[in-house]
Design a protein around this ligand. Structure first.
Ligand SMILES: [Zn+2]
Length: 300
């Protein structure tokens, strides 16, 4: 029997409550060496919904697993039809005040690095450099046979050509970039093979049920070791891929701070969880630190 990855987590009743005091985060930023770990919550204000929390999409959508994707042609057809439609929204998404504030903190030398669980590229679009994309990027495609990487926009153009007139109206879009479509709407969507070898193409993202590449994990572990503090932004830390870095920091005595509206699986390892909306919280922090982070701030 195949195990499905765990996608939900129920908060324990004895978790410490969230606060609205940004003081500890402000102090940490002022001290510098802050490692940011961001999740879907930082991108919701850019129109990309979170899986969890209020209005989360998990209730109506189960993310594609690696096993499903590699094991079935029909699953790949369904994935690429949904993902192709979702890409039209993802491709248009713009960074928000939260992404801009993180980029501003980095420009002012307050951060030691940025690790993101998001695959939307919005930190980089806001001007952050050296971002570690823990779960990969939707903007790249990899061939499972020959290993060639190619830009998503090239695949998108080929899929447009192969599927003229594919214009279904999706019920919603998910943080890993795919739209909600019924099997009927997916219909006979045509998937295109690797232009190099004819192999199966996969987005360069880590699917549920797939391991993050070990070298990437090791790089993140090194970033956590070097950080003066770890600041989690907009992640429920439900999946181990992010939670393990919080545990690593806590075990080493490195302060962990979390800004997330809802309780997270990392709360018991954190000095505090600030239950504020991210755009407002990060903008307010930038103001406290007298760092311009508005839309007018120049990008690098
Ligand atoms: Zn290939």
């Amino acid at each position: 029997m195949r195990m499905r990855p765990t996608l939900s987590w129920t908060p324990d009743e004895d978790l410490p409550p969230g606060t609205t005091d940004l003081g500890p985060v402000s102090d940490a930023l002022e001290a510098g060496g802050v490692l940011v770990l961001s999740g879907a919550g930082i991108s919701t204000e850019s129109g990309i919904p979170d899986y969890r929390g209020e209005g989360g999409s998990l209730s109506r959508h189960t993310p594609m697993t690696y096993q499903d994707f590699t094991g079935s042609e029909q699953a790949r057809r369904r994935y690429w039809a949904r993902s192709h439609l979702g890409w039209r929204t993802f491709g248009r998404a713009l960074p928000n005040a939260g992404h801009r504030a993180v980029a501003a903190f980095a420009r002012h030398g307050l951060l030691s690095g940025v690790i993101t669980q998001n695959v939307d590229g919005l930190h980089q679009a806001a001007g952050s450099g050296g971002v570690v994309e823990l779960h990969g990027s939707l903007a790249r495609v990899v061939c499972l046979s020959c290993g060639t990487y190619s830009p998503r926009r090239e695949l998108a153009a080929r899929l447009e050509e192969a599927n003229a007139g594919f214009e279904p109206v999706a019920a919603g879009i998910n943080p890993d970039g795919d739209a909600d479509l019924t099997d009927e709407q997916v219909g006979d969507f045509r998937v295109v093979p690797c232009a190099n070898c004819g192999g199966v193409l996969k987005p360069d993202v880590v699917f549920f049920g797939e391991a993050v590449p070990p070298r990437r994990v090791e790089h993140c572990r090194a970033l956590v070791r070097e950080a003066a503090s770890l600041l989690v932004l907009g992640s429920s830390l439900t999946v181990m891929s992010g939670l393990r870095f919080v545990r690593q920091a806590a075990e080493a005595g490195t302060p962990v701070l979390i800004i997330n509206r809802d309780p997270t699986r990392g709360d018991r390892h954190a000095l505090s969880r600030i239950a504020l909306p991210l755009g407002a919280a990060l903008t307010s922090l930038a103001e406290r630190l007298d760092i311009p982070a508005g839309p007018q701030a120049e990008l690098g």
